[in-house]
Design a protein around this ligand. Structure first.
Ligand SMILES: CC(C)(COP(=O)(O)OP(=O)(O)OC[C@H]1O[C@@H](n2cnc3c(N)ncnc32)[C@H](O)[C@@H]1OP(=O)(O)O)[C@@H](O)C(=O)NCCC(=O)NCCS
Length: 281
């Protein structure tokens, strides 16, 4: 099968086919979510007889890091090395960078074989019926809307927490997301964005100095969107999973965060309490 499959760069014309593959894999992304990802990064498709049978995408951040995602091979073409070719095709372009991805069970052994090692876990929580928590903030802290002059501070908070410079990602998110800031004595200390994604809405990223700050930011979006389908993907070591389960945003399964290359330089505080998406990190 390998011989009649060729790889080429993904273009906007491939998004309908890519979306079809993702629906077959029961992933919730809308075409708009694919388009958002492609605008920010680059992708490869595997094609046979002019039909797209596989996809993989990457998002370089600065000169030292990147994430990999949207890796899907049509069920009837799996196990023939197409996934491996797609990932190697992207890794060739990312030489010398630390590459991060969130692996499903289906991809784990393939990624291990390509030099990725587990460094953590992401737990996907979601639901539409939840109770609204009350979170008391420390003195001097308040939640406020994001203003025009906050963008640079958000980029800096995000970069410190994730260990990757993501100015273009944050700018693209701010163009379509709503956002709130955790303000501490008049300075942005954290933030949380809320946007359309998949079956409903997603909260993320959530960047904050403390778990209480993170809970206050998340609570803001839960309280202002009763009955909406909301998803949030949190690190396994965040300590947020049980709290989210109790609120009615239940865990629907973990993915394994894997890294290839040197560890990212992440600050101890602020830290990431929810990622943007499993693909974008
Ligand atoms: C994960 C996924 C992309 C892998 O794609 P794939 O094309 O099947 O991957 P490959 O064929 O390159 O490798 C898969 C396995 O086949 C084996 N393989 C590779 N070349 C082979 C060949 N020529 N003949 C037989 N087996 C082969 C690999 O060693 C690997 O073995 P493993 O079972 O130990 O992992 C695919 O399973 C998929 O789309 N799953 C659903 C979506 C998903 O979960 N994506 C991952 C998101 S992180």
């Amino acid at each position: 099968m390998q011989q009649d499959v060729h790889l080429r760069a993904m273009t906007a014309d491939d998004l309908v086919a890519a979306h079809g593959l993702c629906q077959a894999a029961q992933w919730p992304h809308r075409i708009e979510d694919w388009a958002f990802n492609l605008d920010l990064g680059q992708g490869l498709v595997a094609e046979r007889d002019s039909t797209v049978i596989g996809t993989a995408m990457c998002w370089p951040y600065g000169t030292g890091a990147a994430t990999l995602g949207m890796i899907i091979v049509s069920p009837d073409c799996q196990g023939a090395g197409i996934g491996k070719r797609l990932i190697n095709g992207l890794l060739d372009r990312l030489d010398g960078r630390s590459v991060l991805l969130n692996a499903t069970q289906a991809g784990l052994s393939l990624y291990r074989a390509l030099g990725f090692a587990p460094i953590g876990e992401i737990r996907q929580h979601q639901g539409a019926a939840f109770s609204v928590p009350v979170v008391a903030l420390a003195a001097g802290e308040r939640i406020r809307p994001i203003g025009r002059s906050d963008a640079q501070a958000l980029v800096a908070l995000d970069a410190a927490a994730v260990g990757m410079p993501r100015a273009s990602l944050i700018a693209a998110l701010l163009a379509e997301a709503e956002g709130v800031i955790l303000d501490r004595d008049g300075e942005p200390a954290g933030f949380a964005l809320f946007r359309r994604f998949g079956r409903g809405y997603a909260i993320g990223p959530v960047i904050a100095p403390t778990i209480t700050g993170a809970k206050a930011l998340i609570s803001h979006w839960i309280a202002s969107n009763p009955g909406m389908f909301i998803r949030i993907d949190v690190p396994g070591d965040s300590g947020l999973s049980e709290w989210l389960d109790d609120l009615g945003l239940v865990s629907v399964g973990p993915v394994v965060t894997m890294l290839r290359g040197p560890m990212l330089d992440r600050a101890a505080t602020p830290r990431t309490w929810a990622i943007v998406s499993q693909a974008l990190g």
